[in-house]
Write a protein that binds this ligand. Structure first.
Ligand code: NAG
Length: 142
């Protein structure tokens, strides 16, 4: 998919990174926002639209650009694992067709709780993390 097509398709999908370099609106305390995955999801849904779902290569390219400005090694996206059903899904409801995992995903260890997905700031690939880590995150806005 070319950039032109990508931009026309996603013109309305503006991704913002909640960091002082790209998000200086309101009176948020300077400093990068870091939240657990659940807190990040709630924050995005209450203040914007949702945690970003990287369900196409185009959105992945966008996220790669946005994560250049992050301070944490990993950045939360709207990727969630369910231990009950043993699969990964996007919180927006998209199927996980496009994938960009850093490693082959073995059976997820559910003994310490549910796992969520993050993009590595370095490789830009996805990894599975325990949801209680506090990381930067990317919301979608209207
Ligand atoms: C996250 O939870 C796991 C398992 O309950 C615990 O071992 C770990 O210390 C926690 N990490 C943080 C950052 O709270």
């Amino acid at each position: 998919m070319g950039w032109d097509r990508f931009f026309s398709m996603y013109l309305s999908l503006v991704l913002i990174l909640l960091s002082p370099t790209t998000f200086t609106g309101s009176k948020d305390t300077p400093g990068q926002k870091k939240k657990t995955w659940r807190e990040a999801l709630r924050y995005c849904r209450e203040n914007h639209v949702d945690l970003v779902s990287v369900h196409t290569e185009g959105i992945q390219r966008w996220v790669e650009i946005v994560t250049r400005k992050t301070s944490t090694d990993n950045v939360w996206v709207g990727l969630r694992h369910t231990c009950d059903l043993k699969f990964w899904f996007w919180v927006s409801g998209e199927f996980l067709c496009y994938q960009n995992w850093a490693q082959r995903l073995e059976m997820q260890d559910c003994s310490n709780g549910e796992r969520s997905g993050a993009v590595q700031s370095g490789s830009k690939q996805w990894i599975s993390l325990l949801e209680n880590q506090t990381l930067n995150f990317i919301c979608t806005t209207k």
